[in-house]
Ligand binder design. Structure first.
Ligand code: UDP
Length: 235
């Protein structure tokens, strides 16, 4: 196995499947299955999931809501998604723990780094909810921060495209995919991988990112085993 400890970042929108809002139960189960295969292979898995399928602070601001208030609502949305994935995983017999950056003691543990690492060592999938716990951040930044804290080998950013392209492949048919690319090149070419805060944090801590298609069955497992899938961003 190439990566012993991974942080899997999924966007909230990925959970929508083909629905316009919320959680698609079928998609949720598919993801849980994929995660179970790497878990069974003995890989230590941490997960951060976004909340964009339910609520985004920035959109709320456009509608006249206070940005900070909206961001907290967004963070709560990530907890809903985290609980959904937790339930799906547990249904498949995968042991999990959910830790939240905002205390919610009735439903999950508070985020405690040393405890999270212990859970991973004991073979539990750890899900980090409520982002960083701070407004003005994204779950990409939360994923990066947690990955660095728990010393994950890599961030696996599961998306619906199969990597980073020279241009948006959904708009430009001549776009080609990078197999690997350096942090500096991503920056100088203005390619979108993560928001700048998250991206800079990865670069400064030499944490590689792999962008890959999470909707293709087997991709996650093959990636963890070292197959070249998606695009690897590294120093
Ligand atoms: N959010 C936040 N701080 C964080 C993480 C998330 O304020 O550390 C809020 C923010 O409003 C964001 C929303 O939660 O828009 C949902 O997260 P995100 O947009 O990252 O989800 P994704 O795009 O991955 O679905």
């Amino acid at each position: 196995m190439k990566y012993k400890r991974i942080l899997l970042k999924l966007s909230g929108e990925a959970l929508m499947g083909n629905k316009g809002f919320g959680i698609d139960q079928e998609r949720l189960m598919e993801y849980a299955q994929e995660i179970k295969t790497v878990y069974n292979a003995g890989c230590q898995v941490a997960i951060v999931i976004g909340g964009g399928n339910i609520f985004r602070g920035i959109q709320a601001e456009k509608g006249g809501m206070d940005r900070v208030h909206g961001d907290y609502m967004g963070m709560l949305a990530t907890v809903i998604n985290s609980m959904a994935i937790q339930s799906a995983l547990e249904g498949l017999g995968v042991h999990t723990r959910l830790q939240s950056a905002i205390k919610m003691e009735q439903i999950c543990e508070p985020y405690i780094r040393r405890k999270a690492v212990r859970h991973l060592e004991k073979g539990r999938v750890v899900i980090f909810g409520a982002g960083t716990g701070n407004p003005y951040f994204t779950t990409d930044t939360a994923a990066t921060l947690r990955a660095i804290e728990i010393e994950a080998n890599v961030i696996l950013k599961g998306t619906r495209v199969d990597g980073i392209y020279t241009a948006d492949p959904e708009k430009d048919k001549t776009a080609t995919k990078y197999e690997t690319i350096s942090f500096d090149e991503v920056y100088s070419k203005g390619l979108e991988v993560m928001d700048m805060t998250a991206f800079t944090l990865c670069k400064e801590n030499n944490l590689p990112i792999i962008v890959f298609d999470m909707n293709k069955k087997g991709n996650l497992k093959n990636l963890v085993e070292g197959e070249k899938i998606g695009t690897l961003v590294e120093m």
